[in-house]
Structure formats: structure tokens, C-alpha cells
Design a protein around this ligand. Sequence first.
Ligand code: GLA
Length: 687
Amino acid sequence: MNPTNTSVAELSGNGQLVYGCDYNPEQWDPAVWQEDVRLMKEAGVNLVAVNIFGWAELESSPGTYSFDRLDQVLDLLHAHGIGVNLGTGTSSTPAWLTTLHPEILPESAAGVRAWPGGRQAWCPSSPRYREHALRLVGEVVRRYGSHPAVRLWHVSNELGCHNALCYCDVSAAAFRDWLAARYGTLDALNSAWGTAFWSQRYSAWDQILPPRTTVSTNNPTQVLDFHRFSSDELLGYYRSEAEILREHSTVPVTTNFMVTAHIRNLDYWSWAPHMDVIANDHYLDHRLDSPIVELAFAADATRGLAQGQPWLLMEHSTSAVNWQPRNIAKVPGEMLRNSLAHLARGADGLCFFQWRASVQGSEKFHSAMLPHTGTDSRIWREVLELGSILAKLKEVAGTKVQSEAALIFSWEAWWAYDQESHPSSDVRYLDQVHALYKALWETGVTVDIVAPGADLSGYKLAVVPGLYLVREDEASALEMYVRSGGHAVVTYFSGIVDENEKVLTGGYPGAFRNLLGIRSEEFYPLTPGQTLALDNGSTASLWTEATRLEGAEARASFSEGHRAGTPAVTRNRYGAGTAWYIGTALDPAGIREVVAEAAGESGISVLDSPQGLEVVVRSSTDDGYVFLINHSDEEHKYAVHGHELITGEDVSHVVAIPAGAVRVVRTANPESPTHGLRTGQKDDESD
Ligand code: GLA
């Protein structure tokens, strides 16, 4: 990763934390640009993303380029010391291109071709699209590759946001090539896909199609491979743009990921090594139970993709978005809390979509740094406040988040887990991930998000939510970790199939049976709303299974229903470590209890109950920075010595964090992120 060795703070131009936004000057008259740069300076903006949707303006007809306006924008920004994160402009095709070549437009599983008129309407495998897009990339990089304002290349935009899965004939041919490279022979493919079932055997490559709409259910391995192919196809596209950029420019190259709850089509573990800087877009999702916990998860996952290095938040919002059913505006102080939660979890830069709120187009009700109301507004005042706080937090740049726990997360497992024809359509991968992560968040445990098979030796605790699909070496890595003294918590519907979606037989969960010391014979999902009491006071829903102990002890059993007396939560001593199994969907307090006990046993200190105070520590070799984000309506106190960077006050023993506020305390480098710091929040412990 990172062949250019770029640190995020370098992108600010002077080692500051990055503060910026998407800037779409093509939507405005040049007279407005002057006011824009003046206000950007006032806010402390140091990096803006331009030309994200610039294609139609740059190339008004095939091969006719006009760079005058973009020249002016880049020169103006440069004259004001504002750096540019330069889009290649290929994200949305101009109308002339899809009029000339409608075959570029992507096709749905049902064979319906999308129309132009929105954005990102192109088939990731289309050679015609690539020809035109890469020609534009060449023009842009030859013109701006050495422009002094340009600090970062922004390939396309949110690749795969709308068009990740295309089922057209061109995609079908590319899918077959991908399959031929993966399997080599048709026999190998037939065997991996289990085509003996339902007479699906292929006798020639050209019979194979993407998993288009059928009258029944599709072959699950075909569906899974189509996801893998589609992720690889867009990554291949990214790489072809990056190759041209690197040929003509030494500026670092990236694209904005979407590590978020509602987008799942790209396996970013395979993408990350190709980025010079890891960048993510994140928006609070009010369709979820706990949007701020999901924000923390996404930030931690982005840090995982960056292998613990600082990363860049390329987009978030100052207030409401426009694309959820109800677009909830942020309350005063919320934008600061969200921003510093990203920073606490390893971001060295915070950017927004977008600079100036649009007055036309479908995003005109999306918030921006400069709202429709103008500068006499709460949002603008909070934008100025955030800019000044980031300047005060400059020394945090380059420091690393320390964590003693890991959560194994897999996009592949997500694709496989959520397929049709499973025991219950009510159990979803991300729900399990979020439930377990939330329990850790509420007990105050900072978590690194890692890929299956990752080296876990540096962690005291590893949690494994719903790892339905797992390879043999990935399962062995977890087993080895526990055998040599690690602590693991595995949840239901983990370790069920191999990488080809083939069931691991002999009792569930095939891959983790020995590790967990249990054997389950059958799954008994519950009906919606049905719950079962456990003998430890917890409540189970959604899922049960017929579990037999084979070395493990039962830590909680069902106390009612047809599963009464059988284990629901187990704990197994394995080698020098322990492995817990949560074999049902526990209520939040129940999950917290298990996680807290496992964490405690592993030597991680935990909070007894949710406090609404988010505590994360970043540290360098000399200093620790304790981020304290108070999401609650009451003041909290936290025991720590040092210097508070936002108020500029020294802290001896205890810092108070007013309701809704954030504090960042520089302290002598804590030996570990938790020990000696989490000593209780509500009482003054100075004595
Ligand atoms: C994405 C896109 C932006 C904008 C925002 C709105 O992140 O990259 O262009 O559409 O969503 O939230």
C-alpha cells in the first residue's frame, strides 16, 4: 500500500489536519467563486475536491476539450493556498456519450437497461466506456499532473455506488473470463458451484450467465462469484485510471470508499492495497438503531483498511442528507461530535459534501458547509468552530489509535450470509456485526476491524460476528490464536460454509466446532416477535439451534419453549485461551454481559453500563490523546491528567465534559488505551 508514502496531513499543505469539502464551482457563476475562496479561508479549509462531475463541461462533444474554467478554478484556489483533490471527472457520463453508445448503460438482473439522466450510469465492463473515460483521464492528467494546487488524485467517485452490479451481455462475457481465470476448467467450476443440483451442469463456457432473474432461486455460488467478479471488475477499472495518472504525475492517487451500512458490493480488503491514501465517505444513517455507533464502526473499519495508519474522511455532512426517507438535520453540536468521532478513530482529515448548498438538481436539500441561508446561520458558525478546533488539534496528526480488541469483518461473508434460501430471512450479517460492535462500544472497548485470517496475536480479544463463510486457513488462524492464549467470542451462523458456499458437515458450526467445544444438529429460527427467556435473565430472539456440549460449558440455557434446558451461550477452554459461542440473538444487555465477561477475562477493562461517553485514545511515542465525546444530556467527568486542547486548560486529575461536548486531553502516553484511564466517569475521582 501507499507507494508514494503520503501522509494525510501532508495533503493539507502544511502538516495540519485536513479540512475540506467537495467543491462544485461548475454549478455557479465565476463571481461566486471569489466569495467561495474568501469564506473557505475564513473557515480554515485547506483541501477541496473539484471536477468530480466535470466530464460534460470538460468535453462538450467527443474529443472537444475545454479546460478554461477548470484552469481558472485551480489557479484561484492555488492563489489562496487551498489545495486540490482533483477528480478525474469520469464518474458521470455526458449525454453525448450515452446517445452515441447506449450500450454503455448498465442492465439490471431482469434485463432492464437503465436510462441516462441520473449519474454513474455505465457498465463497469464496457470497453466503450473505458475508452472514452480513460481518454479523458489522460487529458486531465497531462494538463494538471504538475499543477501546484493538485495534492491528490480522486479517481471517479464512489465507484460502484449505483452501478456495481451490471448483468448485460458485455458483463456476461467478462464474468466468463473471470471465471475461466478462477477455475481453469469447466469441471472445476461445475464442482465449485454444485451444478449437479437442479440439472445446472454447464457443458460449455458460453452457457454461463450472470445470476439474472430466474423463476426460482439462483445458484448461490454463482451469486457469490458474481459479487467477487463485480468488485474485481471495478477495482480493475480503478487501477486502469490510476495507471494513467501515475504515468504522468507523482501526486498520490485514491478514490473514496463507502464503508457504510447500505453499500456492500465492494470487497475493500482487496481494494485497499491499491490506494496511496485510504479515504472514506460516511453519512449518519437514521434508518439504523444507533447511527453514531455505526459511524464508529465505519471509522474503525476504515482504519483497518488503512492498516492502522491515519486515513481521510472524504465526505460527510454538516447536517441532513437528501437520500434517506426522512432526512434528519443535525442538532447543535452533533456535527462536531460526529467529526471528532472520526478523528478519534484515526482520521487525519475531515471533508464534507459539499462546500456550497446547491440550488438546483437532486441534492439541493442536502446540507453543505455554506447553507442556503448563508453565513448568518448555525451551520456556518459550527463550520467556523470546527475549523478552529482542527487547528488546535494539529498535533494529533500522525498519531495512531491503540486497541486491544479485534472484530473480524468480511464483505464476502456479508454477500454469502444474506443470500436467499437460508434458515431465516430475518437474520442479516450486518445486524450481527453491529450488535456485537455496539456491545463493545457501550463497554468502552476500542476495536480494530480486521479481515478473516488476520494476525490476531497483538489482541487480547477477538470477536467474530456471523462469519458464515470461512476458509480453512482463516478458521485455523482463529484457532491458533485462542490455543495460544487468546480470547474469542463467536456468534451464531458462523463457520457454516467454505469459500464455495459448500456446507462443512459433521455438525454446525463446522469450521469452529473444535474451537467452541460444541456441536449443533439443527437450526430452529424463531418467528418475528417471538422471544425465549434464558436462565441468566437474558432474552433470545430470531435464532436458536440444537446445541450439544462437547467440552464447552453452558453459560446460559433456554428456560422455556422447545429448547428449554439446552445451551444458548457457551464457553470453552481451548489450549491456553477461551472461546465463547453466542448461539442465539441475545438482547443488547445480554450481548453486553457476554462481551464484558470475555473482555474482562482477557484483561481488557470495561465499563459496567453504557454511559453515552465515547472514549478513544490516539497516541504517538511520547503523548496520548484522550478523545472524550459526550453523547448524553448530562455532564460527565473523566479521570485523566494533562492538557485539554479545545479549551486550552490544564487538567489535573479530572476533566469535565459538558453535555453534548467534546474534550481532547493530551496526556503522558498511556501504556495501553484502557488501563489507568477508564476509572469511572460520573464521579469526581480526583482524590
Ligand atoms: C455521495 C456522493 C456525493 C453526494 C453525497 C450525498 O457521497 O459521493 O456526490 O451525492 O453522496 O450524500
